[in-house]
Design a protein around this ligand. Structure first.
Ligand SMILES: [Zn+2]
Length: 445
């Protein structure tokens, strides 16, 4: 059975008062000071120094960093221009995908309206063209997969450039970046509005092919320019321990891990993804350190680096553990879907035995009931479901550690469960502390 904090939940009774806005204030201060934190950047390393300094001020916490080799993606000048018969050169809103190959290409756009249509396109259709995929929003994972691999698929069929509709259910002409495997061709995300416009223009081309106005409806041609550089760099995971208080060292050295990732994309402030998740993990340790009855087991916050474009921090953490150290990890939690009004946990057992899973889930549900009773008015967290937990803790889950992902209610609809609202902000310039509510964050600790 998973025994959070090494004791039955009834005895777990924190008496400290949460300091309301501390996490939000810290996050605002750090992100205002240093900005977004792509891994390998000076901004991230300065932010990490800031966290280490601040975390070290609390008595009883052990703070250290773990070096991680990462690739630094340094964005350069980039643009997408529609070369219109009727309007001349029209700048379109775009953002280069991280790690994508730089380049400067001008070509006709070929549209695909679904991932299936894109996969089925033959070389003759794509060769020498810039492919643009414009599927309707369904779920994030479909978009993430084609954002990552689409340029490679397109390049293999002879495309000279790759565009993808931004991964979001809602847009005010917003672009969302993300990772793409280097494919030898430039690759960028464009706004849903501009993807739809290119789509309409393409359709008019075939509809008007025999019209006297066909010259107005030529297939869209764009110029895609991207300059970026990749550099090898050393970044760091931040590890903050509250050592276990059990007199038996075997118990005291067992670890309950809470986590988020400290790196972000190079846009906005990286406050929602995942400044908030990593700062909540850090603050959990601070709050627990002030309890009269300290946890018997070690509670560890890990603020991973390089989640966004490589997961090198996650793998470095896992690889540094020998079998004994791995077995000491009895539970791992990650928060990486924003911190809004709390909902609960998505649990992934290390066991395949249904009875064990049911027992563990029931235990967490009872814990959830306890948490629910302690929630401020208007908050109803403490739910438990099963499913995906977190990218950074995945190497631990795969090697037998029970895992959970922290989930909030929808960022926009507030009282409904869901992730759509989170994806309004995800990987955009709109990802700032203004998207976060201090009271919601305090209720999530
Ligand atoms: Zn994230």
């Amino acid at each position: 059975m998973v025994r959070l904090f090494g004791m039955p939940y009834r005895k777990w009774s924190p008496r400290v008062q949460l300091q309301g806005n501390l996490v939000w204030d810290r996050l605002a201060e750090m992100t205002d000071l240093y900005g977004p934190r792509i891994s390998g950047s000076e901004a991230l390393e300065k932010s990490i120094d800031w966290v280490v300094h601040m975390a070290g001020k609390v008595d009883g916490l052990e703070v250290r960093t773990q070096e991680v080799n990462v690739t630094y993606f340094k964005r350069g000048a980039e643009s997408l221009t529609l070369l219109s018969e009727t309007r001349g050169a029209v700048p379109l809103t775009m953002i280069g995908l991280g790690m994508a190959t730089p380049g400067n290409v001008t070509a006709q756009v070929v549209m695909a309206h679904s991932f299936e249509e894109f996969e089925a396109m033959d070389k003759e259709t794509i060769k020498g063209k810039i492919v643009c995929i414009n599927p309707p929003w369904s779920d994030y994972f479909g978009f993430a997969r084609y954002r990552l691999l689409g340029a490679k698929v397109a390049a293999d069929k002879g495309a000279v450039g790759f565009l993808i509709r931004s991964a979001t259910p809602f847009s005010l002409n917003t672009v969302h970046t993300g990772s793409s495997v280097p494919a030898g061709i430039p690759a960028a995300a464009i706004t849903p509005e501009h993807a739809d416009m290119l789509d309409r223009m393409s359709r008019r081309t075939s509809l008007n092919s025999s019209s006297p106005f066909a010259h107005l409806f030529t297939a869209p041609v764009v110029r895609l320019e991207m300059a970026s550089e990749l550099f090898p760099r050393v970044s760091r995971n931040v590890i903050i321990d509250l050592p276990g208080a059990d007199p038996d060292p075997k118990v005291a050295q067992e670890i309950v891990l809470v986590s988020g990732h400290i790196d972000s994309w190079d846009v906005g402030q990286g406050a929602v993804d995942d400044g908030a998740g990593s700062f909540v993990a850090w603050d959990v340790i601070r709050v627990l350190s002030q309890l009269e009855q300290r946890p018997r087991r070690t509670v560890r916050a890990v603020l991973y680096t390089n989640e966004e474009n490589g997961l090198a921090g996650a793998y470095a953490y896992r690889q540094a553990l020998d079998d004994k150290a791995l077995q000491n990890h009895i539970f791992a939690i990650e928060s990486d879907t924003g911190v809004f009004k709390p909902w609960g946990l998505s649990f992934q057992s290390a066991s395949t035995d249904q009875r064990t899973i049911a027992k563990q889930t029931a235990y967490l549900t009872r814990m959830g009931e306890h948490v629910k009773r302690r929630m401020p008015d208007g908050y109803h967290g403490g739910h438990v479901t099963t499913g995906f937990t977190g990218a950074d803790i995945e190497p631990l889950c795969q090697d037998g550690v029970p895992c959970a992902g922290w989930l909030s209610l929808d960022a926009i609809k507030k009282d409904e469960f869901g992730l759509n609202g989170y994806f309004y902000y995800h990987h955009t310039h709109a990802d700032t502390v203004s998207a976060l509510n201090a009271t919601d964050i305090a209720a999530s600790i």
